[in-house]
Design a binder for this molecule. Structure first.
Ligand SMILES: *Cc1c(COP(=O)(O)O)cnc(C)c1O
Length: 409
């Protein structure tokens, strides 16, 4: 364990990914940014690319730029995300809309592929948007919702296991929707094992990868996943509100019907036909005009992830969370804090969560002292450690300041 700031700086000096931090626009303030899992930092290449987009492609090319590249971006960037982050062969991923909207489309589509089955399964404590949408889609399709207990429901569990899922599956289960990394505890679910379990029951799975994409190696094709969605503004550093991705396994594409059939998902976008016919490929998941500014930012962010490599990112994320866990045990637990994240790095994503008394007030004080964490209602402080940009020194400083705040010094 790095017990001094100097030791943490030595870890940074030996970090094989240290050079990547220089490729981001990073200032002096804050002293420790520990919220890259909510909003990643801006890559320098994105600043340059956006300027060029506005000055050359938009200002100069105007509407002509749609036919010289813009229209292809959702699929082209989707393929890049697939290849670099998701373990997905080309032609199955598009980048568009928000994670919430893509989840809505994927859940509808998945339920449609399992007509006749009456139940949709969602984790009781999953991210709010996932639960809201599961309930809404179930209502719209006349299904009932079965909730998986935990995590964070007071039952002491940190996440959903394959056995937990197996226990609720029945012949009526149409779709199971789950987060790969739990947004609160950081628990890393067994994507391969749960997918296989769901399939044995004849159901389909929709994975939300928002908190794992870019920090955990993912193999959607190899695991036989049906659908997946996730954010690009977290560990993929694409910027606030940048468009999300949706993956549909090739074997499902021809039969997939999504509920927002807009012109950009039609077989012939410019036919202006009387009736909608979906594109034969993954483009059918699109609805309206692509967000070009956001798409180029996704492309630049994902290029950096690809350059670093998921194995190295995963190794650094584990080392960062390991240091955070050790410092929490040494400094924060004796002051009344409680680690709410798995101790085993094999089942942990890239953030840790610490429960402290007066978490909202503590968070405000941390921010006032230049440490930016994430507050999660009602008593959790989440420290997101983004391996492309977070340093060991930031982790050390963040927990050192938390120790000072809790001990009122
Ligand atoms: C961040 C996050 C979202 C956010 O969805 P948006 O539509 O981008 O607001 C959804 N699901 C999970 C699990 C998340 O962590």
């Amino acid at each position: 364990m790095a017990t001094s700031l100097e030791q943490a700086r030595e870890l940074d000096a030996a970090d094989p990914l240290a050079g990547f931090r220089e490729r981001f626009a990073i200032g002096e303030d804050p002293v420790a940014y520990l919220d890259g899992n909510s909003l990643g930092r801006p890559p320098q290449a994105t600043l340059d690319r956006l300027r060029e987009l506005v000055e050359v492609e938009w200002s100069g090319g105007l509407i002509r730029s749609w036919s010289t590249g813009w229209a292809e971006l959702p699929l082209r960037v989707g393929d890049l995300v697939g290849a670099s982050v998701l373990g997905a062969a080309a032609g199955q991923t598009v980048v568009a809309d928000s994670t919430s909207v893509n989840l809505y489309k994927a859940l509808h589509a998945a339920a449609g592929l399992r007509g006749g089955r009456g139940e949709l399964v969602v984790a009781q404590a999953d991210f709010p948007t996932d639960r809201y949408l599961a309930k809404a889609v179930a209502e719209q399709r006349g299904l009932s919702v079965r909730e998986l207990p935990g995590p964070g429901n007071g039952a002491g569990t940190e996440g959903v296991s394959a056995d937990d899922v197996a226990a609720v599956l029945t012949e009526s289960t149409a779709v199971v929707v789950l987060s790969h990394v739990d947004y609160r505890s950081g628990y890393l679910a067994d994507l391969a094992g749960i997918t296989a379990t769901v399939h044995r029951a004849g159901a389909l799975v929709v994975w939300d990868l928002s908190h794992s994409a870019g920090v955990v190696p993912i193999e959607l094709d190899a695991c036989g996943v049906d659908f997946a969605v996730g954010c690009t503004y977290k560990y993929l550093n694409a910027g606030p509100g940048a468009p999300a991705y949706v993956y549909v396994a090739r074997r499902h594409l021809a039969a997939v019907e999504q509920p927002v059939p807009g012109w950009f998902g039609a077989e012939d976008v410019f036919a202006m036909g009387a009736d909608y016919a979906p594109a034969p490929d993954a483009r059918r998941m699109l609805s309206g005009t692509p967000n070009v500014l956001g798409l180029v930012a996704v492309e630049e962010g994902v290029r950096l992830v690809a350059g670093a490599g998921l194995d190295r990112l995963r190794a650094k994320a584990c080392a960062l969370t390991e240091l955070a866990v050790e410092l929490t045990d040494a400094w924060i637990v004796p002051l009344g804090g409680d680690l709410r994240t798995p101790r085993d790095p094999d089942v942990r994503g890239a953030h840790i969560t610490v429960e402290v008394p007066d978490a909202q007030a503590v968070t405000n004080e941390l921010i006032a002292r230049g440490v930016v964490p994430d507050y999660r209602n009602p008593s959790m402080i989440r420290l997101g450690l983004s391996p492309l940009t977070t340093t060991f020194a930031e982790v050390w400083t963040g927990l050192d300041v938390l120790r000072a705040v809790l001990s009122k010094s």
